[in-house]
Design a protein around this ligand. Structure first.
Ligand code: F1P
Length: 341
């Protein structure tokens, strides 16, 4: 995170310099919509990025799995800025989506880890996330850094458009706090290891979150599946009542991601619905949740940055669940560092 922030922020003007973006102020003002494409964890950071861009730059934004986009003959719109996300920069579905966009004349930026990779070469410009060459098969550091890169990009677009200086300063101060807060979360590893042992024998795990909590829930469920092979589902919390509540029972615990936003009351109601069905709850929140069986408490930051911080204890939970079940976390089955087919 230090690496992705380094040298990019100017505190005096609450601005961000993103060398390589290749998008001048006039072009940035002309963007009417942002569409983010990626696969797996990269798609999930795209969901975080889209929320940040809507919140901080007030540009309508969404994310879609690149693997779907490339097959559906998408309408390509000249006022949309397309952004491809990839740790490896070689994922074939994402590369194919970029090539399809380029064929149709779109402008495509990349948010990529590996310098000089295929996606970095094909895109018109972009941001490197500096997660290092030693990234593992499942995306963890890169997930976090990509989310930070999206916060910088959203700030940059926001300052060119209509973000107030005060909001810019607030978010920048929050970003500056992240490295120390992440270290604090990591210091809680022993507690998370105990929780992983307690939940490792679950029949299945449910992950829920609303708005900022939802991409985190999705990513945490993917991490658990990838490395521990425990079945997991992720839902936007309000979707639970549209069917999935039927799955809740003591053997199917729920991980609830609870940012401290104005949805906290609604989120508490979700916990009650789960408890009413004898479901166990592990909450990730900024303070102990009385309705939950356990709470992992993470430090408070600006609420827009909650998805960045709240994902980290759940990466650790997946890691320790995998270890508790005797899985080889460095060689997860059926997963390659980059999926090139
Ligand atoms: C995309 C991805 C990763 C996943 C695994 C397989 O990779 O789905 O999110 O953890 O590595 O590939 P990338 O495009 O971000 O390199």
């Amino acid at each position: 995170v230090d690496r992705v922030l380094r040298g990019r922020i100017d505190d005096r003007f609450s601005t961000v310099r993103l060398g390589g973006l290749n998008l001048d102020a006039r072009e940035a003002r002309g963007v009417r919509r942002v569409k983010i494409l990626g696969c797996g964890s990269a798609y999930h950071t795209g969901l975080i990025g889209a929320q940040l861009i809507e919140e901080l730059a007030r540009i309508p934004a969404d994310a879609e799995p690149a693997s779907e986009f490339r097959y559906r003959n998408p309408v390509v719109d000249p006022e949309t800025l397309y952004i491809a996300v990839s740790q490896s920069g070689e994922t074939y579905d994402t590369l194919a989506a970029v090539q399809e966009l380029k064929r149709k004349g779109a402008r495509v930026l990349g948010v990529v880890n590996v310098v000089g990779s295929a996606i970095a070469r094909e895109t018109d410009g972009g941001v490197y996330v500096h997660a290092g060459p030693e990234v593992c098969v499942v995306s963890t550091k890169c997930f976090t850094n990509t989310a930070v890169a999206f916060a910088l990009l959203a700030l940059h677009l926001g300052r060119i458009r209509d973000l107030s200086v005060a909001d810019g300063k607030r978010i920048i101060a929050g970003l500056r706090k992240l490295p120390e807060q992440i270290a604090e979360v990591l210091r809680g590893e022993e507690e998370i290891k105990k929780l992983a042992a307690e939940y490792a024998n679950a029949k299945s795990m449910m992950f829920v979150g609303r708005v900022r909590g939802y991409p985190v829930a999705r990513e945490a469920s993917l991490k658990l599946k990838e490395v521990s092979y425990v079945h997991a589902e992720a839902y936007p919390a309000s979707e639970l009542k549209h069917g999935p509540l039927a799955l809740i029972e003591p053997e199917v615990p729920t991980v609830a991601v609870l940012p401290d936003d104005d949805l906290l009351e609604k989120n508490r109601a979700t916990l009650e619905e789960i408890k009413a069905r004898s479901g166990r709850i592990l909450a990730v929140a900024h303070r102990e949740q009385e309705k939950a069986d356990h709470t992992i408490v993470v430090p408070r930051n600006e609420v827009e940055l909650d998805p960045i911080l709240m994902g980290i204890p759940l990466q650790l939970l997946a890691y320790h669940t995998a270890l508790a079940l005797g899985r080889d976390i460095d060689k997860p089955r059926n997963l390659a560092k980059s999926v090139t087919v």
